[in-house]
Ligand binder design. Structure first.
Ligand code: Z5A
Length: 207
């Protein structure tokens, strides 16, 4: 199974992915975790460029191609082979991030985003996408606990940008059947329990 986690930054994706990994491994499953952008040598190089605060001049078109180039490599070099080898692959972000951030956030034409996403991922479509929904003000409170110098190029954007990104995710959660919206302001344990319940429901349906 291919599972993706989405949400604005600081919504708690990484925390939940670690818990789900432990849960699946303790049930005897083979699990591989990847993050976007990144995950292969080429994709990690692209990540450095994308998040570097020396490049605020990066235009939205360059940004979408770089995220998608990183993803195209990750899909073919790692995700597809791991799925074929029977692994649960869990990705911290995938193509829905491009729709939400570059499409809704930056304003790249949504039909163009759809075509670029299609080229990047081919037939590798997530089976299940957990969207941890946290509003931008709550996310900012978590962000404020860190010194501003620790934030990367994209995390340093303003609240209005993240409001639009969230709006994109909310739209996707209504239009994509594979989306499961989870309230990201619940406790870590409550969110984990919801995720495990969803996984159990899905595996019952599949069997
Ligand atoms: N991006 C894009 O624009 N287009 C694309 O196509 C793709 C990505 C793929 C990648 O950043 C950036 O690239 C990202 C989107 C953009 N930028 N932004 N903004 P990244 O990989 O460095 O980071 P991230 O994906 O944004 O995640 P993150 O900042 O690491 O946050 P997170 O993984 O969602 O959350 P976390 O690390 O699990 O938790 C954050 C904090 O909240 C931490 O202190 C936790 O202890 C706390 N936390 C977690 N859960 C809870 C709950 N339930 N309650 C209270 N506190 C909690």
């Amino acid at each position: 199974m291919f599972i993706t986690f989405e949400g604005i930054d600081f919504s708690g994706k990484t925390t939940q992915i670690r818990l789900l990994e432990e849960y699946l491994k303790s049930a005897g499953e083979k699990v591989h975790i990847v993050r976007e952008p990144g995950g292969t040598a080429i994709s990690e190089k692209i990540r450095e460029l994308l998040l570097d605060k020396n490049y605020y001049e990066m235009c939205s078109e360059a940004e979408i191609f770089l995220f998608s180039a990183s993803r195209a490599q990750l899909v073919r070099e790692l995700i597809k082979p791991m799925l074929n080898a029977g692994y649960f692959v869990i990705s911290d972000r995938f193509h829905d991030s491009t729709t939400a951030y570059q499409g809704y956030g930056r304003g790249v034409d949504l039909e163009t985003v759809r075509k670029i996403n299609e080229l990047a991922i081919g037939d590798v479509i997530p089976d299940l996408t957990f969207f941890l929904d946290l509003d931008e003000v709550e996310a900012q409170k978590r962000k404020d606990l860190l010194p501003a110098s620790k934030l990367d190029r994209i995390e340093s954007a303003n609240l209005e940008f993240f409001r639009k990104v969230r709006e994109g995710y909310l739209y996707l959660s209504k239009s994509e059947k594979r989306f499961r919206l989870i309230n990201g302001s619940l406790s870590v344990e409550e969110i984990h329990n919801e995720i495990v319940n969803e996984m159990n429901v899905l595996s019952r349906v599949k069997n």
